[in-house]
Structure formats: C-alpha cells, structure tokens
Design a protein around this ligand. Sequence first.
Ligand code: SF4
Ligand code: SF4
Length: 531
Amino acid sequence: MARKLWRFHGGLRLPGYKAISTARDAVPARLPRHLVLPLTQHIGEPAEPVVAVGDQVLKGQLIARADGYVSAPVHASSSGRVVAIEERPIPHPSGLTAPCIVIETDGRETWAPLTLHLDYADMDPSALRNLIREAGIVGLGGAGFPSYIKLNPGPGHKVDTLILNGAECEPYITCDDMLMRQRAREILQGMTIMRHALQAKQCLIGIEDNKPEAIAAMRAAVKALGIEQVEVVVIPTIYPAGGEKQLIKTLTGLEVPSNGLPIDVGVVCHNVGTAASVYWAVIWGEPLTSRFVTVTGDGVAAPRNLEVLIGTPVQDLIEEVGGARPGLRLIMGGPMMGFTLSGADVPVVKATNCILVAGPQVVGDPPPPMPCIRCGACTDVCPAQLLPQQLYWYARAKDFDKVQDHNLYDCIECGLCAYVCPSNIPLVQYFRYAKTEIWARERDQQKADLARRRHEFRLERLEREKAEREARHRQKKAGVSDAAGDDKQAAIKAAVERARRKREAAAPLGGADSAPATSDPATPAQDDQKE
Ligand code: SF4
Ligand code: SF4
C-alpha cells in the first residue's frame, strides 16, 4: 500500500530545466593544476592548518584540523605540494576572500594510507560518529553543517526515522538525481551506517516524481541489498519539497516546531550525497575529497554533472563543459536559493551542488521594485507559514525585535515570496539583511559582554593582588617584631648568663653555696655597661 503523504503549506510548481544536465552521465572532472581549499567550508569555526608551504601532501591527508565542536577538518583532495596558505576569493554572497590552502597537484593522485572499517556494525555509535567527523563530512545538500553532529541525537532523544533527502527541488540542479542513478548502492550503505549511528528504527528516502530513473535505481538497490525497514517514497515535485521541514512534513505528517529541530519530533534528515560520503569514509577510510556538481545553464555548451575534487576552480569546470559565453552571470546553487559568484576563480567547496551559468532570461536584472500592494501572494506561497510582507516592513524599518517576533529564523530563504511578488520587492534580500544585522548585533553584544567580563576580572585581580600585598606586608611586619623580641630575649638570657658566671668567679673559695644568690644584684643592663 502506498504511504500516505502530507501537503506542506505554500510551495509552487516551478518550470524545470533538469533534462539539459541529465542527458549525459556524470563523469570525473579533470584533475586541476591547482586546488584551492578554504579553511571554512562548513558552518562553524574555520579549520586550523597543519601543513606549511612547501610540504608534500598525499590525497586524503589531513591538511587542516577541526577547531571546535562545530567545525570540520579539511583534507588534500589530491597529492601534490602546498604552494600557498593565503587569502583567496571564496564562494560566498559577500564576495570576500578567506584563508585557503593551495595545492599544486602532481598528477599522480597518490592516496595517503587508509584504514578500512568493514566491521562497522560491531562499532559503537560514538566511534562511528568520530570516523565521520575525522573524514570532514558536512551536509552536501548545500547547508554545510558538520554531519557527525546531526548523527548524535544527544541524551533524552530517540530517533524513530532517518530520512534521506533525494528531493532536489531547484529547477536546474541534478547532482543528487545523477548520484542516485549512478551510486545507489553506496548511498544505501551509507544510510545503513547512519542508521546504526542513530539507532533509528526506519528509513525513508524521499524523491520527487520528476526523477523516475533515480527512483528505479534506488528501489532496485534496496531490493538487491535486502535492507529492511527502508522505503523509497515518491513525492510530488513542489518547490521547496527538499527543505528539511517540508520533507519531514510530506513524509511523516510531523511538524517541526518553530525554532525547533527535526530531532524534536524524532527525525533526522540527511542528504543522499552525504550518505554516499559516509559510506566511503567508514568502509574505505576515505575522507571527503570530491562530490557531484551540476554545471549547467544556457551559457555553457555541454551541461552535465561532474564528480569534482573539492578545491577545483569553477573556471576549470566551465572549460570542461565547453566554456561559457562571456558576460553571463555565474550562480552557485540554483536560481531560487543560489547566489551570484564574484568570479570564476573561486573553488568548489563541500557545499557546492551546482554552478549555473545563466543568461538574462534566467536571472536578468530584476525590474525596479514598487510599493507593496498588500496582495498577500507572498503569504500564500510561504512554506514556513510566515508573513513575508510583515517581515519586510519590519526589516525595512530596522525593527529587528519585531522581525524576530515574526519568526524570521524559520525563513529558509527559498525565494518563493519574491518570485510571486507583483511589486518585484526583493524580499529575501531584506530577510538576509535582517539576519546579518541581528547576527552582527549579537556578535557585538557578545564582544561587549566579553570586554565587560575581562574588565571585571581585571578589577578583581587588582583587588586580589592589593589584598595579597597588604597581607604580605602585615606578615613581614609581624615577622620583624617577632625577631626583635627574640633578639631581646636572647640578650637578656646572655646577660643573665654572664652575670651568673661573674658571680661564680667572685664567690669565696668556701663554695658557691655560701654566697648569697643576690650578692651582685647587677641588672643585665648594668652588666652590659660594665663590659
Ligand atoms: S507579494 Fe509583494 S506586494 Fe504582495 S503583499 Fe507580499 S510583498 Fe506586498
Ligand atoms: S523566502 Fe522565507 S519568507 Fe519567503 S517564502 Fe521562503 S520561507 Fe517564506
């Protein structure tokens, strides 16, 4: 019997352009001359380099270790020599530069020694999570969150369902589709490992109905591997069905609470690409060094999916698919949720799922915005059940408290509200701006709190040192007077002794006993003066 599906709020059926990049099989991309590996390829703290310029490195070798709980290590994607550790342009909406390790490849692709774990089923879930952490695996669906954290439900949480996300809802992206077609077994074996780490009862794999080949491949692999309590579920192609909360709702009917996490409803969700990486990391000991990337758009000659080494410059990929027509816009991700790249010199990072070389008909300059007519179209389509129009007013007025009251952080930046807005208001830009401002203020507040705590700590230290100095001073003083007292006592004693000896010397031969004890009542002081 077909599984019951639920409908999430809002969403839209968007025109699809997937066929242009699925006409050819995915193949490994050419080895680039240089790999540029940013230290931040994930949500969280940047990794810390453990190599120096001039070092020879092997493929899969650790080159930057995780620095903090929410952090992921970086590994060399190929063998070669470290030629620079410096600021380079990175794929980010800001267009900023960031520290990167640059490797000149040697063309040999020589792997570092790998440790296999064919016995993972006997391993403790926490040991498994450590392997996944050490392999530098982050969410490959685009979020870039370190995966081992999502594989740790934490005390008091039980995982009922592990969901694999094969709903690739953006109109141009097909990397997960091709991965499911070509690597279905690896995905399922990775899913089994994740399930063991989570101790999850059942697994659901959600795939949109516009990917019949992927659905067939995954179902065939489930059958061939004989895995129980796993179901490949076909879901309608409604954007953004691949949003985590939307997929959970569609497959289980469960609503993840506002500001909550899937684990709050007993569910953990991972991308299919992440599952395949877990398989390579745990079974074969290979850290994350490559991923499938869709290189597509009307600006390239031969759109397709490539298996790309992390760190490969985007320019190399574009050349590999026939080069781009000049003057077109480069987008990382899809037209709905992606962002424009500052140039083709940025590298592919772990979260890169698509390079879209887009002509004006896809992402032309938007018409000028007009005043909001309060039509409510944005509210109707919002999958997070927000009020985009209200959020827009508050963000524009910089009333960030109100923006937060209206659950800004539930916004998944799907772009639907802006897509349907008849007034062409760039709503998502306002929401991103508001989020950035709130984060900046929180950071400033944290810095101010830290500075205040440091100041208080300094005052405390100065007070403590002063008190200690005074105590030492008092102690010293007390010590001196004690010593003076001791000297006086010793002098008295010596004087008494001298007086005694004198008396004895002056005593009549008849015996000391006959002399009166007080015959010479010289005081010690007098005795002293006599000497
Ligand atoms: S869709 Fe645009 S015009 Fe309509 S209410 Fe929302 S912001 Fe206003
Ligand atoms: S971008 Fe945010 S506010 Fe707009 S429709 Fe998507 S989730 Fe809703």
